[in-house]
Design a protein. Structure first.
Length: 277
């Protein structure tokens, strides 16, 4: 089986054709997709009207699935997170972030399906952590390699927005207890390719541990800006039933919040990964 792969940026991103994601993946298809993901970091599939069960089945071929502690999910398929602007405040997605880096083993990848879209707007951008790291000067690479940073779920899920009802407050407090702030390396090594990527994100990274507070603030501000330079990014204009599959270990993304009061509904499956090193 040969996939039709069309790169759409030099930094990352490719459109994949010649496959029906609603059908169970064979081993050859799975390996071809894994190879393409390794090379292009984010893959886009057009015209894939997946049910929640089919989406979860596709994602589960690549690892165990995560159930998000805050966002709502599909009742009969709880591994499918629902991002519906008519139901949930998704303003935290309008910031550059890597999914669930507040976990000890952050996501390997995510599979996002477009279910209902505004007439225009609502694009998503991705940025390559490989490109961000590899374009730093050698002295800066040496400085960063070996540093660690704290990741805190409350940066993207503040109490004042996610604890507004007794049930929400209890869920927020349970999540804070279950997932206290933790540390990951500032530079992550991809477990398959061995390439190094910048692994800090504005959504969850609160400070660099080995530096003073002022040094950390200054360096993180620089790294957040550097990591999302236009030449490291791709912008995807969604069509209904598009599916995106990205390598969450080495990318960031940003959901553009420019379409209110129109409604946008997306379904996401999150694939658990391993501890960064």
């Amino acid at each position: 089986m040969t996939l039709n792969i069309t790169p759409i940026s030099t930094a990352l991103g490719a459109i994949v054709g010649g496959i029906d994601l609603s059908q169970p993946l064979g081993n050859a298809e799975q390996q071809a997709i894994e190879h393409a993901l390794l090379e292009h970091q984010v893959l886009f599939f057009r015209a894939q009207p997946l049910t929640p069960q089919q989406q979860a089945g596709f994602a589960a071929r690549f690892g165990d699935l995560h159930i998000h502690p805050i966002f709502p999910n599909v009742a009969e398929q709880p591994e499918i997170l629902v991002l519906d602007t008519a139901v949930t405040d998704v303003a935290d997605n309008a910031i550059w972030h890597t999914d669930v880096t507040f976990l000890p083993t952050p996501a390997l990848g995510s599979v996002l399906a477009a279910k209902q879209l505004p007439a225009c707007g609502g694009d998503t951008l991705w940025a390559s952590g490989f490109a961000a790291f590899e374009t730093l000067s050698k002295p800066m690479q040496r400085l960063l390699d070996g540093l660690t940073a704290t990741h805190d779920f409350t940066r993207s899920f503040p109490l004042e927005r996610f604890g507004t009802t007794p049930a929400d407050l209890q869920r927020w407090e349970d999540t804070r207890r279950q997932y206290p702030p933790l540390s990951h390396p500032v530079v992550r090594t991809h477990p398959v390719s061995g390439r190094k990527a910048l692994f800090v994100n504005e959504g969850f990274t609160s400070r660099i541990n080995e530096l003073t507070a002022s040094e950390s603030t200054a360096l993180l501000s620089y790294l957040f800006a550097h990591a999302t330079r236009p030449e490291f990014t791709i912008r995807w204009r969604w069509q209904e039933n598009d599916v995106a599959f990205w390598d969450n270990r080495v990318t960031q993304h940003y959901a553009v919040d420019d379409y209110r009061p129109q409604r946008r509904v997306m379904h996401r499956a999150t694939i658990l990964g391993d501890a960064p090193y």
